[in-house]
Design a protein around this ligand. Structure first.
Ligand SMILES: C[S@@+](CC[C@H](N)C(=O)[O-])C[C@H]1O[C@@H](n2cnc3c(N)ncnc32)[C@H](O)[C@@H]1O
Length: 219
Protein backbone atom coordinates (compact mmCIF):
# COMPACT_ATOMS: atom_id res chain seq x y z
CA UNK A 1 0.00 0.00 0.00
CA UNK A 2 1.48 3.37 -1.06
CA UNK A 3 0.52 6.70 0.55
CA UNK A 4 -0.62 9.32 -2.02
CA UNK A 5 -0.16 13.11 -2.00
CA UNK A 6 -3.49 13.17 -0.11
CA UNK A 7 -3.28 12.41 3.59
CA UNK A 8 -5.31 9.31 4.47
CA UNK A 9 -5.63 8.11 0.86
CA UNK A 10 -3.57 5.18 -0.39
CA UNK A 11 -2.94 3.42 -3.69
CA UNK A 12 -2.23 -0.16 -4.60
CA UNK A 13 -2.16 -1.38 -8.21
CA UNK A 14 -3.70 1.94 -9.35
CA UNK A 15 -6.68 1.46 -7.03
CA UNK A 16 -7.55 3.90 -4.25
CA UNK A 17 -7.91 2.83 -0.61
CA UNK A 18 -8.68 4.43 2.75
CA UNK A 19 -7.90 3.02 6.17
CA UNK A 20 -10.74 1.27 7.99
CA UNK A 21 -10.84 2.49 11.61
CA UNK A 22 -10.02 -0.05 14.32
CA UNK A 23 -13.67 -0.25 15.50
CA UNK A 24 -14.85 -1.04 11.95
CA UNK A 25 -12.34 -3.82 11.24
CA UNK A 26 -13.95 -6.48 9.07
CA UNK A 27 -16.94 -4.23 8.30
CA UNK A 28 -17.82 -3.30 4.72
CA UNK A 29 -20.11 -0.40 3.78
CA UNK A 30 -20.88 -1.29 0.14
CA UNK A 31 -19.24 -4.65 -0.40
CA UNK A 32 -15.84 -3.05 -1.04
CA UNK A 33 -12.64 -5.07 -0.92
CA UNK A 34 -10.79 -5.22 2.41
CA UNK A 35 -7.03 -5.69 2.46
CA UNK A 36 -4.88 -6.08 5.57
CA UNK A 37 -1.22 -5.05 5.51
CA UNK A 38 0.99 -4.66 8.60
CA UNK A 39 -2.03 -5.17 10.85
CA UNK A 40 -3.85 -2.22 9.21
CA UNK A 41 -7.08 -2.78 7.30
CA UNK A 42 -7.71 -0.81 4.11
CA UNK A 43 -10.99 -0.43 2.18
CA UNK A 44 -10.94 -0.17 -1.61
CA UNK A 45 -12.55 3.05 -2.85
CA UNK A 46 -14.54 2.34 -6.00
CA UNK A 47 -14.54 5.24 -8.53
CA UNK A 48 -17.59 3.74 -10.23
CA UNK A 49 -19.52 4.10 -6.95
CA UNK A 50 -18.00 7.32 -5.60
CA UNK A 51 -17.60 10.49 -7.66
CA UNK A 52 -14.97 11.77 -5.23
CA UNK A 53 -12.79 8.73 -5.95
CA UNK A 54 -13.43 9.27 -9.68
CA UNK A 55 -12.41 12.94 -9.43
CA UNK A 56 -9.22 12.01 -7.54
CA UNK A 57 -8.29 9.51 -10.24
CA UNK A 58 -9.00 12.20 -12.86
CA UNK A 59 -6.44 14.49 -11.19
CA UNK A 60 -8.31 16.39 -8.49
CA UNK A 61 -5.88 17.69 -5.89
CA UNK A 62 -7.69 18.68 -2.73
CA UNK A 63 -6.59 19.26 0.83
CA UNK A 64 -8.79 17.38 3.28
CA UNK A 65 -7.21 17.93 6.70
CA UNK A 66 -7.63 15.16 9.25
CA UNK A 67 -9.48 17.62 11.52
CA UNK A 68 -11.67 19.09 8.76
CA UNK A 69 -15.29 20.04 9.35
CA UNK A 70 -17.30 19.04 6.28
CA UNK A 71 -20.87 19.61 5.15
CA UNK A 72 -21.93 16.87 2.73
CA UNK A 73 -25.17 17.40 0.79
CA UNK A 74 -26.74 14.28 -0.72
CA UNK A 75 -25.12 11.66 1.50
CA UNK A 76 -27.34 8.80 0.24
CA UNK A 77 -26.42 5.52 1.95
CA UNK A 78 -22.99 6.75 2.99
CA UNK A 79 -20.67 5.26 0.36
CA UNK A 80 -18.50 8.34 -0.18
CA UNK A 81 -19.23 9.67 3.31
CA UNK A 82 -17.67 6.53 4.81
CA UNK A 83 -14.37 7.08 2.95
CA UNK A 84 -14.26 10.73 3.99
CA UNK A 85 -14.91 9.51 7.54
CA UNK A 86 -11.83 7.26 7.21
CA UNK A 87 -9.72 10.25 6.12
CA UNK A 88 -10.81 12.88 8.66
CA UNK A 89 -9.96 10.93 11.78
CA UNK A 90 -10.16 14.07 13.99
CA UNK A 91 -12.82 15.90 11.98
CA UNK A 92 -16.59 15.77 11.55
CA UNK A 93 -18.77 15.20 8.50
CA UNK A 94 -22.31 16.59 8.65
CA UNK A 95 -24.14 14.35 6.18
CA UNK A 96 -27.44 15.71 4.86
CA UNK A 97 -29.81 13.36 3.06
CA UNK A 98 -33.45 13.91 2.15
CA UNK A 99 -34.53 10.33 1.51
CA UNK A 100 -35.62 8.54 4.71
CA UNK A 101 -34.89 5.15 3.10
CA UNK A 102 -31.28 6.10 2.27
CA UNK A 103 -30.93 7.77 5.67
CA UNK A 104 -31.62 4.47 7.45
CA UNK A 105 -28.48 2.96 5.85
CA UNK A 106 -26.56 6.17 6.51
CA UNK A 107 -27.55 6.00 10.15
CA UNK A 108 -26.25 2.42 10.31
CA UNK A 109 -22.90 3.49 8.81
CA UNK A 110 -22.65 6.30 11.38
CA UNK A 111 -23.24 3.97 14.34
CA UNK A 112 -19.59 2.84 14.45
CA UNK A 113 -18.26 6.13 13.07
CA UNK A 114 -18.75 8.96 15.56
CA UNK A 115 -17.33 11.53 13.10
CA UNK A 116 -20.44 11.17 10.88
CA UNK A 117 -23.46 13.24 11.94
CA UNK A 118 -26.39 12.06 9.79
CA UNK A 119 -29.03 14.74 9.15
CA UNK A 120 -32.36 13.85 7.56
CA UNK A 121 -33.17 17.12 5.85
CA UNK A 122 -33.64 18.93 2.54
CA UNK A 123 -30.56 20.87 1.39
CA UNK A 124 -32.93 23.38 -0.24
CA UNK A 125 -33.46 24.71 3.27
CA UNK A 126 -30.05 25.25 4.88
CA UNK A 127 -31.66 27.09 7.80
CA UNK A 128 -33.29 23.82 8.94
CA UNK A 129 -29.97 22.38 10.14
CA UNK A 130 -28.40 25.56 11.51
CA UNK A 131 -28.64 24.28 15.08
CA UNK A 132 -26.45 21.29 14.16
CA UNK A 133 -23.99 22.43 11.49
CA UNK A 134 -21.16 24.89 12.31
CA UNK A 135 -19.03 26.86 9.83
CA UNK A 136 -17.13 24.28 7.79
CA UNK A 137 -13.91 23.93 5.78
CA UNK A 138 -15.44 22.03 2.86
CA UNK A 139 -18.91 21.78 1.34
CA UNK A 140 -19.40 18.75 -0.90
CA UNK A 141 -22.56 18.35 -2.93
CA UNK A 142 -23.83 15.41 -4.97
CA UNK A 143 -27.58 15.70 -5.39
CA UNK A 144 -28.34 15.66 -9.16
CA UNK A 145 -31.08 18.27 -9.05
CA UNK A 146 -31.83 20.93 -11.68
CA UNK A 147 -31.34 23.72 -9.11
CA UNK A 148 -28.29 22.09 -7.51
CA UNK A 149 -25.99 25.08 -8.18
CA UNK A 150 -28.43 27.35 -6.34
CA UNK A 151 -28.68 24.87 -3.42
CA UNK A 152 -24.88 24.69 -3.32
CA UNK A 153 -24.35 28.48 -3.23
CA UNK A 154 -27.00 29.00 -0.54
CA UNK A 155 -25.31 26.41 1.66
CA UNK A 156 -21.95 28.07 0.98
CA UNK A 157 -23.34 31.43 2.07
CA UNK A 158 -24.71 29.86 5.24
CA UNK A 159 -21.89 27.52 6.23
CA UNK A 160 -18.57 27.89 4.42
CA UNK A 161 -15.67 29.49 6.32
CA UNK A 162 -14.03 32.44 4.48
CA UNK A 163 -11.10 30.31 3.28
CA UNK A 164 -13.20 27.20 2.77
CA UNK A 165 -13.47 25.18 -0.43
CA UNK A 166 -16.32 23.47 -2.27
CA UNK A 167 -16.86 20.56 -4.60
CA UNK A 168 -20.01 20.13 -6.62
CA UNK A 169 -20.74 16.98 -8.61
CA UNK A 170 -22.83 17.85 -11.66
CA UNK A 171 -24.94 15.42 -13.64
CA UNK A 172 -25.37 17.13 -17.03
CA UNK A 173 -28.79 15.65 -17.73
CA UNK A 174 -30.18 16.88 -14.41
CA UNK A 175 -29.28 20.46 -15.34
CA UNK A 176 -30.88 20.43 -18.80
CA UNK A 177 -31.41 17.39 -21.05
CA UNK A 178 -31.36 19.65 -24.13
CA UNK A 179 -27.79 20.82 -23.47
CA UNK A 180 -24.55 19.06 -24.33
CA UNK A 181 -22.74 18.01 -21.11
CA UNK A 182 -20.05 20.70 -21.51
CA UNK A 183 -22.76 23.37 -21.91
CA UNK A 184 -24.47 22.14 -18.74
CA UNK A 185 -21.19 22.39 -16.80
CA UNK A 186 -20.67 25.91 -18.22
CA UNK A 187 -24.13 26.90 -17.05
CA UNK A 188 -23.33 25.74 -13.52
CA UNK A 189 -19.93 27.51 -13.60
CA UNK A 190 -21.60 30.75 -14.72
CA UNK A 191 -24.09 30.52 -11.86
CA UNK A 192 -21.28 29.92 -9.35
CA UNK A 193 -19.23 32.83 -10.73
CA UNK A 194 -22.26 35.13 -10.52
CA UNK A 195 -22.29 34.29 -6.82
CA UNK A 196 -18.65 35.46 -6.64
CA UNK A 197 -17.19 31.96 -6.36
CA UNK A 198 -13.95 31.11 -8.16
CA UNK A 199 -13.75 28.00 -10.31
CA UNK A 200 -10.43 26.28 -9.59
CA UNK A 201 -10.91 23.42 -12.00
CA UNK A 202 -13.55 21.22 -13.63
CA UNK A 203 -12.98 17.47 -13.96
CA UNK A 204 -15.07 15.34 -16.28
CA UNK A 205 -15.63 12.02 -14.55
CA UNK A 206 -15.75 9.65 -17.56
CA UNK A 207 -15.05 6.74 -17.82
CA UNK A 208 -16.23 6.28 -14.22
CA UNK A 209 -19.39 8.41 -14.51
CA UNK A 210 -20.62 9.35 -17.97
CA UNK A 211 -21.74 12.96 -18.46
CA UNK A 212 -20.80 14.03 -14.94
CA UNK A 213 -18.26 16.60 -13.81
CA UNK A 214 -16.71 17.66 -10.52
CA UNK A 215 -16.33 21.43 -10.15
CA UNK A 216 -13.84 22.57 -7.55
CA UNK A 217 -14.41 26.08 -6.17
CA UNK A 218 -12.90 28.56 -3.76
CA UNK A 219 -14.36 31.84 -2.49
C1 LIG B 1 -26.22 10.49 -6.47
S1 LIG B 1 -26.88 10.23 -4.89
C2 LIG B 1 -25.53 10.59 -3.81
C3 LIG B 1 -24.48 9.53 -3.72
C4 LIG B 1 -23.51 9.82 -2.59
N1 LIG B 1 -23.06 11.19 -2.64
C5 LIG B 1 -22.30 8.92 -2.58
O1 LIG B 1 -21.34 9.19 -3.35
O2 LIG B 1 -22.26 7.97 -1.81
C6 LIG B 1 -27.88 11.67 -4.67
C7 LIG B 1 -28.54 11.73 -3.30
O3 LIG B 1 -28.98 13.08 -3.10
C8 LIG B 1 -30.18 13.03 -2.36
N2 LIG B 1 -30.87 14.32 -2.53
C9 LIG B 1 -31.56 14.78 -3.61
N3 LIG B 1 -32.06 16.00 -3.37
C10 LIG B 1 -31.66 16.34 -2.12
C11 LIG B 1 -31.87 17.49 -1.29
N4 LIG B 1 -32.57 18.53 -1.74
N5 LIG B 1 -31.35 17.49 -0.05
C12 LIG B 1 -30.63 16.44 0.41
N6 LIG B 1 -30.41 15.32 -0.32
C13 LIG B 1 -30.91 15.27 -1.56
C14 LIG B 1 -30.93 11.84 -2.97
O4 LIG B 1 -31.92 11.35 -2.10
C15 LIG B 1 -29.77 10.86 -3.20
O5 LIG B 1 -29.62 9.99 -2.09
Amino acid sequence: MQPTEHQGIYKKNDKLFTQNPEVCKGTRVYNEQLITEDNTEYRSWNPFRSKLAAALLKGLSIDIAIDAQILYLGAATGTTVSHISDIITNGVIYAVETSPVAAISLLKVSEKRPNIIPILSDANHPERYQSIVPQVDLIYQDISQRNQADIFTRNITAYLKPKGIGLIMVKARSIDVALKPKQAYELVCTHLQQQKLKIKKTFELAPFEKDHAAIFITQ
